[in-house]
Design a protein around this ligand. Structure first.
Ligand code: SF4
Ligand code: SF4
Ligand code: FES
Length: 240
């Protein structure tokens, strides 16, 4: 590793430019460490986002050398890049400033895909039993750990050319709900996933799955939604 790292950082909004900074190359530094060092030592006005620093919240996601990543979980030395880093905000989203993207369209699509859980039980009802080994629960569990970081959305080339496409995270969420026996709007969620801009627009090449930092497979969830258009919705509660 070189002793100095050159960091090219996008400054501005949609209109802007890359600016270069030099920071010391340190052992075990993450990309988020580098951004923080630039902000604290060289460019106090630099805007970026983070919260947990340990790969839990997903808020530090940016485009690093052309790929969307969680910067707190990305070690510089693993990137190669000959001592140079290029950092941009997440793609496929409006830019607020510098390294900060506006996630509003991402969350709007979450709702458009019917991603809000609709409970059917009241306060006085006993907890509903769900067989953890049923096929539907296994399908939901495989997709449930999404933390809405938008990395997959940023990696999706269909979103890039069709801003109406709901995208991998929203459809992944829809798939968990149509497999959830407690969700009171399963048919509505499926209808939304089948509508224009829904699962039929996915080309199944799997960029979303390749980039998801928690190793979910939105493309597999979307394949499940597509199968449901042919064979009907999954039967919840049947043995796996
Ligand atoms: S599916 Fe993965 S990459 Fe996409 S928003 Fe959820 S956690 Fe992030
Ligand atoms: S598989 Fe579908 S959702 Fe995933 S990146 Fe490709 S088009 Fe987007
Ligand atoms: S800061 Fe929370 S995942 Fe990186």
């Amino acid at each position: 590793m070189t002793e100095t790292l050159t960091v090219r950082i996008w400054r501005g909004k949609a209109e802007g430019r890359f600016e270069s900074y030099e920071v010391p190359a340190r052992a075990n530094q993450t990309v988020l460490d580098v951004v923080t060092e630039v902000q604290r030592s060289l460019e106090p006005a630099l805007a970026y986002r983070f919260a947990c620093r340990v790969g839990v919240c997903g808020s530090c996601a940016m485009t690093v050398n052309g790929r969307p990543r969680w910067t707190c979980r990305t070690h510089v030395r693993r990137l190669g890049g000959e001592g140079t880093l290029t950092l941009e905000p997440l793609r496929n989203l409006p830019h607020i400033k510098d390294l900060v993207s506006d996630l509003t369209p991402f969350f709007e699509k979450w709702h458009k895909a019917g991603g809000r859980f609709a409970g059917t039980a009241g306060r006085q009802d006993p907890p509903q039993r769900v067989d953890p080994q049923s096929a539907s629960r296994l399908a939901a569990s495989a997709a449930i750990e999404c933390i809405n970081c938008a990395v997959c959305y940023s990696a999706c080339d269909v979103v890039a050319w069709d801003q109406d496409y709901l995208g991998p995270a929203a459809l992944n969420r829809a798939w968990t709900l149509v497999n959830d026996a407690r969700h009171g709007a399963r048919e509505e969620t499926l209808d939304r996933a089948f509508a224009a801009g829904g699962c039929a627009s996915c080309h199944s090449q799997g960029n979303c799955t390749r980039h998801c930092p928690v190793e979910l497979s939105p493309s597999q969830s979307i394949a499940g939604l597509k199968r449901s258009t042919l064979f009907g919705p999954p039967k919840v509660g049947e043995p796996g």
